[in-house]
Ligand binder design. Structure first.
Ligand code: ATP
Ligand code: MG
Length: 251
């Protein structure tokens, strides 16, 4: 790995669905070890951006370069093997497997390719502890609360041992008291050297963990920069944050 090469670079990235332009002309450079927060109104194109990077959608325009390798349009497994993990906004567990086996399967088939099932299970137990699901390993995913189902998504992504982790609203559905422990976990991941791209609607959370914030609006980049600057930008307040947020934070 060459540390001068950004772990993620997109150029002119875009995606159309029929006549709808979901994303257009997104240029993004994410150096290794940094955390980029992505915010924007519903339908702004945030999940589409993640899906294009992870290979779950093919771009209509532009390129995706991961760690110097052009992986534009590559299949998800290839992108996972390049070190990219992700969570889904709509959780996608294997419903026939226990919580522990969901994570063990990820450990076995990800880039880390843990060959022995026993070792994959041990790794799964460690990851489950880390995300706060210790003790729930034998449950079926259907028995999990909304918040725990999101923790399972995160555990599956971490079991791949990614270098770049794309998190699509992992804090959604958490109670206020659960947000701080989740932020501490994300901080630990940053300290471990992981590069993160995080989509989040909880503005307090995203500004606490992001080095920079990118704002999407109607599929385009409205602005990108340090959290304080972006969150006080009049265009961002107008398009996304609204006046209630401004009043609360200025008083
Ligand atoms: N598979 C698809 N087929 C057709 N339209 C789609 C598809 N996926 C997304 N879109 C549309 O593309 C636009 C961007 O959607 P996207 O899911 O990326 O938004 P988002 O910013 O993640 O929104 P949210 O905050 O609600 O999750 C929306 O208008 C959406 O309806
Ligand atoms: Mg979304």
């Amino acid at each position: 790995m060459n540390s001068d090469v950004p772990i993620l670079r997109t150029k002119g990235l875009g995606r159309r669905f029929g006549g709808l332009v979901a994303l257009a002309g997104v240029d993004l450079t994410l150096p290794a070890g940094r955390t980029l927060g992505v915010i924007g109104p519903n339908g702004a194109g945030k999940s589409t951006l993640v899906n294009l990077i992870s290979g779950h959608l093919k771009p209509s325009t532009g390129s995706v370069v991961i760690d110097g390798m052009d992986l534009t349009g590559a299949r998800p497994w290839r992108i996972a093997h390049a070190g990219v993990g992700r969570t889904f906004q709509i959780v996608k567990p294997f419903r026939g497997l226990t919580v522990a086996d969901n994570v063990a399967v990820a450990a076995m088939f990800g880039p880390a390719a843990v060959r022995s099932p026993a070792r994959a299970r041990r790794e799964a137990a460690e990851v489950l502890d880390r995300v706060g699901l210790g003790g729930k390993d034998a449950l079926s995913p259907a028995e999990l609360s909304v918040a725990d189902a999101r923790r399972l998504e995160l555990a599956k992504a971490l079991a791949l041992r990614p270098r770049l982790l794309l998190l699509d609203e992992v804090l959604a559905g958490l109670r206020p008291a659960e947000i701080d422990p989740a932020l501490r976990l994300i901080d630990e991941l940053k300290n471990d050297g992981l590069t993160l791209l995080i989509i989040e609607h909880v503005v307090r959370a995203i500004s606490a963990i992001s080095d920079e914030i990118l704002v999407l609006h109607h599929g385009r980049v409205l602005t990108q920069g340090p959290p304080e600057r972006v969150l006080s930008d009049e265009r961002v307040i107008e398009a996304y944050l609204g006046r209630r947020y401004t009043r609360k934070n200025r008083s």
